[in-house]
Write a protein that binds this ligand. Structure first.
Ligand SMILES: [Ca+2]
Length: 297
């Protein structure tokens, strides 16, 4: 009997790399934004909106920017240091895994111009990392600065002076599993009805490590952070000078949440009005473990 060796080779390959034999890994692209203008047309350089468009599409939809390919990284030209990308075409929609990294480009801001949310991460499977810039002037509900349906990590980000009429003035995050990880940086001076700085909903994990959550305001509850269900881990950092103007939890509301706070400073928060309770923290069900922390309403 004559046996062809080719099928045997293929079989051996499939055993060696089960499930991967026919997967071609896309090589992620690096796309460099070189203009602060908010455009979505060819000509005039690569805008942040155009870079995100190409990254989402894994294509060169806008020829000004490098084509996207897989989990892309967006960087910024050094000339954008100190500049503000002011959105004029509405929020920036992220529907794929993207890293936006402004390392080395100091004091870069992206502003919703008090007219739109700044970022909307719309895909549960999207892994998004943002590093080293400021999200400001966002206006949306839920989520004034950013609404996150994906797996979002902030590194040394500033989320400042965003607003929403509903939940999550700075950040609104939802979903299951690890949804919001914040390392360093500031969540400051954002306003909403619930969760002035951050609002997280249901079975997700929010981890704040060495983050300053300060000067945020909720017109109802959760001035700094409102966690509804899920897990809230606060490691180091501070939650300070946040206000719930007419209900509970000036600093933090944890409602049915597994809360841990370690080496954290939770000070000078206020829950005001006739319904005011829980200046520093308002804990409603769930479980809480607070260690080596300063908790002063
Ligand atoms: Ca992509």
């Amino acid at each position: 009997m004559k046996v062809s060796i080719l099928p045997l080779c293929l079989l051996a390959f499939l055993f060696a790399f089960p499930g991967q034999a026919f997967v071609v890994e896309a090589n992620a692209a690096t796309i460099v934004v070189d203009t602060a203008a908010d455009t979505l047309t060819n000509g005039g350089g690569c805008s942040l909106r155009e870079a995100i468009t190409n990254a989402n599409a894994d294509a060169a939809t806008i020829a000004d920017c490098t084509a996207g390919s897989g989990a892309d990284t967006i960087n910024f030209d050094a000339s954008l240091a100190g500049q503000t990308i002011t959105l004029s075409l509405g929020q920036l929609v992220i529907s794929s895994s993207i890293t936006i990294d402004a390392t080395g480009v100091a004091n870069l801001s992206v502003s919703g111009n008090n007219a739109s949310r700044v970022f909307d991460i719309t895909t549960a499977t999207a892994v998004v990392v943002m590093t080293g810039f400021r999200i400001t002037g966002g206006n949306g509900s839920p989520g004034g600065g950013i609404r996150n349906t994906g797996d979002l990590t902030f590194n040394n980000m500033t989320v400042q002076s965003n607003a929403g009429s509903g939940s999550g003035g700075g950040v609104y995050t939802l979903g299951t599993g690890n949804r919001l990880t914040i390392n360093g940086g500031f969540i400051s001076a954002n306003t909403a009805s619930s969760g002035g700085g951050i609002h997280g909903v249901t079975s997700l994990v929010i981890s704040l490590t060495n983050v300053t959550v300060s000067g945020n305001t909720a017109s109802i509850d959760g001035g700094g952070v409102f966690a509804l269900g899920g897990t809230l881990n606060i490691m180091g950092g501070s939650v300070t000078s946040n206000t719930a103007t007419n209900n509970a939890g000036g600093g933090i509301v944890a409602s049915g949440t597994t809360l841990t706070a370690t080496n954290a400073s939770i000070t000078n928060n206020h829950a005001d009005g006739s319904q005011g309770r829980g200046g520093g923290m308002y804990i409603d069900g769930g479980s809480s473990t607070i260690s080596n922390s300063t908790l002063i309403p």
